[in-house]
Design a protein around this ligand. Structure first.
Ligand code: HSE
Length: 438
């Protein structure tokens, strides 16, 4: 067997520790798969005095990033710094030094991946990022390699565990938003800035990557439509449930005749779909492809060992191809770099969806007729409608409607007109709805 491949790791936190743990405990199996051993020889940590449970006598510990990325002994650098500034600098330095890179940094790939891959291509090195999307689920490999014979039609995924955990706890236990978020932080699932989780930014990073792999388009994070879960009310969760739906925070990307839809938002999903039953911190990605049909990938989207599992899989991949002609390696974004196409990304007003609408209407003859007329004037057909009993003699009642599919700008126009009616109080709540059928 060849000498072991030497790995330098930037960041020995939760994921770094998990990665070293997986490498150590499965060392023999990993070497049998990769054709040679894989050992972490250098690690950069924030503090050297702290105990690092998986450090060994053979591992050089340092606080200097450059001692890893510029070290001639290191073959592969694992970037686990997070963020897009120092991490980007270090990644580009490692590439310039001819090192292969493995990363879990979704923000970095989503925002700067096009340049990073170009630099790697020029240097003939690999940048592997399985851990960047859905933690331990091998979704990158599935979409990039497993589905390579298919035309992918759409992807819909629960790709932020923290949001899914919050929605699940609110629904099942009636817990308060802030309490569940604090619990997710305590468990180590939430991002350093939890706004990334609850406002949809983290999911948007991951969706950007999935869309490029699915459709062979450049990474375009800035064009993702983002909406988080902060405005979901217990009322809407309850009404959705009465109508047979569960509210999930989804990342959705679809190929349409006019371009690519790229959107992250709360979505009503029929409660019989498997995706609707993915609860807690788990992730799941549903892919609709022309030859295979639907396939669902489910598993842990965060955590030390699950994320370590993905990182080690990338290390094995890189190790196996060290001697391959760079031109014959699996392309970073699934399609050959010169075969990427610049399909337009549709603005959110142009996407097509069904909608859940909730409004507060004056309980008086003619108000509903006005509302339904406005909907029909805008080409919106109602699929279901429920009017709730007025609470304790209140003058207004909640009306909930589900629409058939329509272009979003039509719904926006209708909502604007409905909100101006005398018989309507406050704003209309609008949540997108996806049937997720074949
Ligand atoms: N904050 C992320 C999540 C961690 O909750 O899914 C994994 O990317």
């Amino acid at each position: 067997m060849l000498n072991p491949v030497k790995v330098g790791i930037l960041g020995l936190g939760t994921v770094g520790g998990g990665t070293v743990h997986v490498l150590q405990r499965n060392a023999e199996e990993i070497a049998r798969r990769a054709g040679r051993g894989i050992v972490v020889t250098h690690a950069c940590a924030k503090e050297l005095n702290k105990t690092h449970p998986y450090s060994t006598d053979e591992m050089v510990l340092t606080t200097q990033l450059s001692e890893v990325v510029s070290n001639p002994e290191v073959d592969i650098v694992i970037e686990l710094l997070g963020g897009t500034t120092i991490a980007r600098e270090m990644m580009l330095q490692a590439i310039a030094n001819g090192k292969h890179v493995v990363t879990a940094n979704k923000a970095l790939i989503a925002k700067h991946g096009n340049d990073i891959f170009a630099a790697a291509q020029e240097k003939g090195v690999m940048v592997a990022f399985e851990a960047a999307v859905a933690g331990g689920i091998p979704i990158i490999k599935a979409v990039r390699e497993g589905l390579a014979g298919n035309k992918i039609e759409w992807i819909a995924g629960i790709i932020n565990g923290t949001s899914n955990f919050i929605l699940t706890e609110m629904r099942d236990k009636g817990s308060q938003f802030a309490d569940v978020l604090a619990e997710a932080q305590r468990l180590g699932y939430a991002e350093r800035d939890p706004a990334f989780d609850i406002e949809g930014v983290d999911a948007a990073h991951k969706l950007t990557i999935l869309a490029s792999l699915a459709f062979g388009i450049p990474l375009q994070f800035e064009k993702v439509y983002m909406e988080g879960i902060t405005k979901i009310s217990p009322e809407d969760v309850q009404y959705a449930s009465e109508l047979g739906y569960i509210i999930k925070h989804l990342g959705i990307t679809k190929r349409t005749d006019n371009g690519i839809e790229l959107r992250v938002h709360p979505t009503l999903v029929p409660n019989k779909r498997l995706l609707a039953n993915v609860d807690g911190v788990m992730n799941a990605v549903l892919v609709q492809a022309d030859a295979l049909g639907q396939s669902l990938y489910y598993g842990a989207g965060a955590g030390a060992l699950p994320t370590g599992s993905s990182i080690v899989a990338d290390l094995v991949d890189v190790t196996r191809t060290l001697t391959t002609d760079p031109g014959n390696r699996v392309p970073h974004l699934a399609f050959q770099p010169n075969a990427l196409v610049d399909l337009p990304i549709l603005p959110i007003e142009e996407i097509e969806s069904s909608y859940y609408l909730r409004l507060s209407a004056w309980d008086k003859l003619g108000v509903m007729a006005q509302v339904t007329n406005i909907l029909s004037d805008n080409g919106i057909s109602i699929e279901a409608l429920i009017q709730k009993e007025p609470i304790c003699g209140a003058a207004h009642v909640s009306v909930v409607m589900l629409t058939h599919k329509v272009v979003e700008k039509q719904v926006n126009k209708a909502i604007q007109t409905i909100e101006k009616l005398d018989g309507i109080s406050g704003q209309v709540t609008r949540i997108r709805l996806e049937m997720l059928d074949g």
